[in-house]
Design a protein around this ligand. Structure first.
Ligand SMILES: Cc1cc2nc3c(=O)[nH]c(=O)nc-3n(C[C@H](O)[C@H](O)[C@H](O)COP(=O)(O)OP(=O)(O)OC[C@H]3O[C@@H](n4cnc5c(N)ncnc54)[C@H](O)[C@@H]3O)c2cc1C
Length: 301
C-alpha cells in the first residue's frame, strides 16, 4: 500500500490551504472531502480579501484547480469513517466509507464544525436570509428589519449589541427564554423590542424570511436576521487518536497545529469546535502545514 506523507481530512479553506503548502513542499498528500462544509447553504462568502462575494463552491473549485499544479496532491470525495494508529508499522491508518484503507505518516484533521439551532425551521432560511455571523453577512442585511433569534442570555446580549451596528431596526426573539429587567431596559432604550414568547413558526418563500409567528398567533414582520446556534465537532477522530482535549472541548495544540498525539495535526474550526472565518481557517491550515512539513523534515533528515 502506498504510504502518504500526510492525509488531510476536509477540503475547506483549512485543509485546502494546508494541502497547497504541503504540495509546494513536495509532500505526498491525499485529501478526503465529503462535501458537508457548513457554508454550502450560503449564496456568497464575504471578507476573504480578493474573493469578497464568491460562491462557496467556486472558492473550492479555484483552490482545487490550483492544487492540480502539484502532482503529489490528490483529492477524493470519500468519507473518512475511522482513523487508527497502526502501531506495528508506526504509521496511521485511515478507513473510508468506500471500504478503502490508506496509510500515512501524518494526519491533518480539518473537518470543520456543524451547527444546531434552537429552532429546527431556521435551517430553511439559513444562508439566504438568516445567518449566524454578522461579519460575514451583516453588510447585505444593513438597515433592514431584522430578527435576533437566540435563547441564552450571553448569546442574546452579544448578538443584539453586535448587529445593532448594521441595523437598528431589531426585534429580539428568545423562544421562551426570560430576560432580566436590566437587559430589557437596555434594549428598550435603543428601541429594540423583545418577544420572549415561544416561536410557533417562521414564514417566507424560498429561504427569504417574511415573518415570525408566535404561539399567541401574533405574526411579526421581519425580512432576515441572525440566529445563534450551538456548534459541535461532527466526529470524534481527535479523541479516538488520544489528542488531549481542554475543559471546553477544544483540542489542545502547540498553537501551530500540532496536537498532543504524535503525527496528528488539526486546523480550522474543528480545533476549538467554534466558528471563525474562511481567511482564518486558511491561515490556520497554512500554519499547520508548516509544522507537518518541518516534522517530516526532522524525522527524515
Ligand atoms: C451560512 C454561512 C455563511 C458563512 N459565510 C462566511 C463568509 O461570508 N465569510 C467567511 O469568512 N466565513 C463564512 N462562513 C464561515 C466559513 O464557512 C468557515 O469559517 C470556514 O468554512 C471554516 O473552514 P474549515 O476549513 O475549518 O471547515 P469547513 O469549511 O467546514 O470544511 C470542512 C470540510 O471537511 C469535510 N469533512 C468533514 N468530515 C469529513 C469526513 N468524515 N470525511 C471527509 N470529509 C469530511 C467537509 O465536507 C468539509 O468540506 C460562513 C458559514 C456559514 C454556515
Amino acid at each position: 500500500m502506498n504510504i502518504h506523507d500526510c492525509i488531510v481530512i476536509g477540503a475547506g479553506p483549512a485543509g485546502l490551504s494546508a494541502a497547497l503548502t504541503l504540495g509546494r513542499a513536495r509532500r505526498g498528500v491525499a485529501i478526503f472531502d465529503n462535501g458537508t462544509n457548513r457554508n454550502r447553504v450560503t449564496q456568497e462568502s464575504h471578507g476573504f480579501i480578493t474573493r469578497d462575494g464568491i460562491k462557496p463552491q467556486e472558492f473550492k473549485n479555484i483552490a482545487m484547480k490550483e492544487l492540480e499544479s502539484y502532482p503529489s496532491v490528490s483529492i477524493s470525495n470519500e468519507t473518512v469513517i475511522e482513523v487508527n494508529k497502526d502501531v506495528q508499522k508506526n504509521l496511521l491508518l485511515v478507513n473510508t466509507s468506500n471500504n478503502n484503507s490508506y496509510l500515512t505518516e501524518k494526519i491533518l484533521l480539518a473537518t470543520g464544525i456543524q451547527e444546531e439551532f434552537p429552532l429546527s425551521q431556521i435551517k430553511q432560511y439559513y444562508g439566504k436570509s438568516l445567518f449566524s455571523c454578522p461579519y460575514c453577512d451583516g453588510w447585505e442585511l444593513r438597515d433592514k428589519p431584522l430578527a435576533i433569534i437566540a435563547v441564552k442570555d450571553d448569546h442574546i446580549i452579544h448578538m443584539t449589541k453586535l448587529v445593532f451596528n448594521w441595523s437598528n431596526d431589531l426585534i429580539v426573539f428568545t423562544n421562551g427564554h426570560l430576560l432580566s429587567n436590566k437587559v430589557r431596559n437596555d434594549f428598550e432604550n435603543k428601541k429594540i423590542k423583545v418577544y420572549t414568547e415561544v416561536i410557533k413558526n417562521l414564514h417566507g418563500d424560498d429561504g427569504n424570511l417574511e415573518s415570525i409567528e408566535l404561539e399567541s398567533g401574533a405574526n411579526i414582520l421581519r425580512s432576515g436576521g441572525f440566529a445563534v446556534p450551538s456548534f459541535y465537532r461532527p466526529n470524534k477522530f481527535a479523541e479516538q487518536l488520544n489528542c488531549q482535549v481542554d475543559e471546553n472541548g477544544g483540542i489542545i495544540t502547540d498553537g501551530a497545529g500540532r496536537t498532543t498525539a504524535n503525527g496528528i495535526y488539526i486546523a480550522g474550526e474543528t480545533e476549538k469546535a467554534g466558528p471563525f472565518s474562511l481567511i482564518i481557517a486558511a491561515g490556520d491550515g497554512n500554519k499547520a502545514a508548516s509544522s507537518i512539513n518541518m516534522d517530516l523534515t526532522l524525522d527524515r533528515f
